[in-house]
Design a protein around this ligand. Sequence first.
Ligand code: ATP
Length: 431
Amino acid sequence: MSENIKNEKMEAIVSLAKRRGFIYPGSDIYGGLSGTWDFGPLGVALKRNIKNLWWKMFVEDREDMYGVDAAILMNQKVWKASGHVGTFSDPLVECSECKGRFRADQIDISKCPECNKVGTLSEPRQFNMMFQTHVGPVADESSISYLRPETAQGIFTNYKNIVDNFYPDLPFGVAQQGKAFRNEISPRDFVFRSREFEQMEIEYFVNPENWQESFEEWRKLVWDWCAAIGLPAESVHELEVPEEKRAHYSKRTVDFEFDFPIGREELLGLAYRGSFDLDNIVRESGKNMDYLIKGTNTKFVPHVIEPSFGVERAIMAVLSTAYTEDEVNGEKRIYLKFPENLAPIKYCVSPLLKNKPELVAKAREVYSILKKKHGAVMWDDNGNIGKRYRRQDEIGTPYCVVIDFDSLVNDTVTIRDRDTTEQKLVAIKDL
Ligand code: ATP
């Protein structure tokens, strides 16, 4: 695929996302705020479906997982201990000509990528990506806090609470979903690199002796997750991160990359973090993080396997997989081929004509039956049937249910399939 076509696809998705109420640029009405995005009614539904599926797969359906929802604002000591205050930074260069700012590791620094002038970029300087704020009315050193740049630390700070309250056997995991904030130098590519985004993270605590076994298990589970959200296996790639690029405490990291329309980029990460984070807490807080194996005197600080998923990148992968163009009756059609479990709307119900009260009444009856059963059901009586189908195709509704004059006599409805556009008659009682 040429660069041009890839970007055309990305543009088409961004435009559809805005036009159909999935994702809007943040603060658009005031000229926007770079790196922020607002989810509209369909985007919220898609995001919830993805997050709920993840929570079901990795928390509810397992015996060894515990959920938490920690505060976004945390004591500044958390971020000193974790190393974020000292080292969570990217190299920043600035152009003396156009004043553009860029990440030095993402561009060719011999010339400015904005104005193309040669030799105008400054020496790189480290720029800390955490958003700083103050807690309470006095803005001084002691009141500094940060919007968390990852959800993981809210898990580590609660590790001891979970062990004391539940005393789980090893291995066990703690999961969290929630907002993370990074003051990215160059937010780009739709929601791919945002300044405010969501993560779904797991810290899986293991006996250091068998971390490899758990790592392999999580590798497989990540593949299961990609399949569950409908990503084709051939578009997902494991990148074994080489030692020189891994964090010093990690003996193994695998990045899972996806063939986005913008190219092959990181979808999520899987890292073995050793006891780095809990050791930091021991050192900085003086608290004991030992785990005592039941019925023995054996104690140690557990090691950790961390699968870290980005919600927006999952959404982008799902949207770009679903986005399809074909031709129906000689006309170009755009539709989102969402897996049924992720589709924001499962059924759309319409009376064939909206000015026939008997059709509307019957359609309302069918609508309430489906609404009770599936929740995510839409009523649509605008425009003609063809237009309604096109609208529903664009938002990825798997089934459109139409009530016509036959429905009044035979108690049947026509169900039209999004992907095949085929229609079939179904008895209302069988819906
Ligand atoms: P990248 O190398 O792309 O900056 P990263 O390695 O810094 O990502 P991690 O710190 O491992 O990312 O974060 C875990 C996950 O959180 C990523 O795999 C990604 O899905 C998501 N993520 C990280 N940064 C962003 C961002 N700025 N916008 C959207 N999602 C993000």
